[in-house]
Ligand binder design. Structure first.
Ligand code: FAD
Ligand code: DHB
Length: 390
């Protein structure tokens, strides 16, 4: 089989890239290791920046997002019972949109289906050959047999554990990493949200987050030690722990009697792999970088990478100019590092780190107090939260 762009990974990055390339008249084939049901069953991100909404709309998948996505003008932070609302709309003139990653993925699959796009499921990419040539080949296994997909370029959109990043030679690839000694235990429930806006809560028992997917479905997280097993948690234990960490009036009003749809633990990590292009291979999304989820940047970074990559490939195939593909890595990484900084600093301020001494704990509180005191500080947070321009 032969195509112009071989896309490894059918998560949001790979599907969106396929859709945008199609609109530019460029052929692609998406290879996805899992089944479609598995991909759609993964509960992940919930908050979209306005730039992501714009790209998704331009990609032709904005209708349901416009109808069902919930614009949020503000977001709350709490420190024990002390609360601070960041007025995103007043500070930046824009909002974020609550719309689940599952829904984004569903919309993209619907668009790809409508045009009969080539998405090959249960196709596990084993290796990429010839990344330093103009004719790379992606070797994948499906139903026990090996197949080859020839392309002009390969887009590695295969997440943190995928093979694309490792196809960059050791002498070329440089990795930067920070692992955290905790994870987030998440619970998705068929209950109305505890509060109308998201609440990021710092507490001596650990961080907690109240989020939502709709008026009927809530999403909550509590910080847990990194080795924690989801099997050791019942919904009742989760609700008890969450209640202790969030403001008392929110805890008192929270509805917990409803179907629990999902519980899972996600480890926290900061990670960047440079460069994001080598020869005919490009990386986009979690394949190239991971942010801790505090601040909701991961999916949004995948969208901005894909925006830059699509623009570069469009220029290459439709005008012959290579400047876009040559500068892709530098352009994407400039935005990546800014989001890495924001996610890292918010994680640093809001979590209970086991190794922190009394001085560092006072520093965390001083950071929060600075937000309370200074509109300039709040504006800086708001600008990052709604998403830096791209
Ligand atoms: P993925 O979604 O990981 O997709 C990669 C795909 O590649 C997968 O489908 C995988 O099966 C496939 N693949 C892997 N290996 C192979 C192979 N060998 N062959 C073929 N296919 C392969 N981000 C936000 O912006 N906002 C949030 O609110 C937010 N909340 C989050 C909450 C949680 C609990 C978690 C875990 C993440 C959250 N994120 C959030 C991050 C966000 O979910 C990711 O950044 C996003 O999924 C990245 O998309 P991607 O397409 O790059 O990678
Ligand atoms: C969600 C996840 C996040 O990481 C975040 O910062 C906000 C919301 C969510 O899953 O709803």
């Amino acid at each position: 089989m032969k195509t112009q762009v071989a896309i490894i990974g059918g998560g949001p990055a790979g599907l969106l890239l396929s859709q945008l390339l199609h609109l530019s008249g460029i052929d692609s084939v998406v290879l996805e290791r899992r089944s479609r049901d598995y991909v759609l069953g993964r509960i992940r991100a919930g908050v979209l920046e306005s730039g992501s909404v714009k790209v998704l709309t331009e990609a032709g998948v904005g209708d349901r997002l416009a109808a069902e996505g919930q614009p949020h003008d503000g977001v709350e932070f709490s420190w024990h019972d002390e609360r601070l609302r960041i007025d995103l709309a007043a500070l930046t003139g824009t909002t974020v949109t609550v719309y689940g990653q599952t829904e984004v993925t569903r919309d993209l699959y619907a668009a790809l289906d409508a045009r009969g796009a080539e998405v090959i499921h249960e196709a596990e990419v084993l290796r990429i050959e010839g990344v330093e040539t103009d004719a790379p080949v992606v070797v994948y296994r499906q139903n026990g047999a090996e197949h080859r997909l020839e392309a002009r370029f390969v887009a590695g959109c295969d997440g943190f554990h995928g093979p694309s990043r490792k196809a960059m030679p050791d002498g070329v690839r440089q990795e930067f990493e920070r692992a955290y000694p905790f994870g987030w235990l998440g619970l998705l429930s068929k209950t109305p949200p505890a509060a109308p806006e998201l609440i990021y809560a710092a507490h001596e028992r650990g961080f907690a987050l109240c989020s939502m997917r709709s008026d009927e479905v809530s999403r909550y997280y509590v910080q847990v030690p990194v080795e924690e097993k989801v099997e050791d948690w019942t919904p009742d234990r989760f609700w008890d722990e969450l209640r202790r960490r969030i403001p008392a009036d929110v805890a008192d009003g929270m509805v917990t009697e409803g179907e629990v749809l999902e519980m899972s633990v996600a480890p926290l990590r900061s990670f960047v792999s440079e460069p994001m292009r080598h020869g005919s291979l490009f990386l986009a999304g979690d394949a190239a970088h991971i942010v801790p989820p505090t601040g909701a940047k991961g999916l949004n970074l995948a969208v901005s990478d894909v925006y830059y990559l699509h623009r570069a490939l469009d220029r290459f195939f439709n005008t012959g100019a290579a400047d876009g593909i040559d500068s892709y890595s530098e352009t994407a990484l400039a935005r990546v590092w800014k989001s890495e900084r924001f996610s890292w600093s918010l994680t640093q301020m809001m979590h209970d780190f086991p190794q922190l001494g009394p001085f560092e704990k006072r520093m965390q509180k001083a950071e929060f107090d600075d937000l309370v005191r200074s509109e300039t500080a709040r504006k800086g947070l708001a600008e990052n939260y709604i998403g830096l321009p791209f």
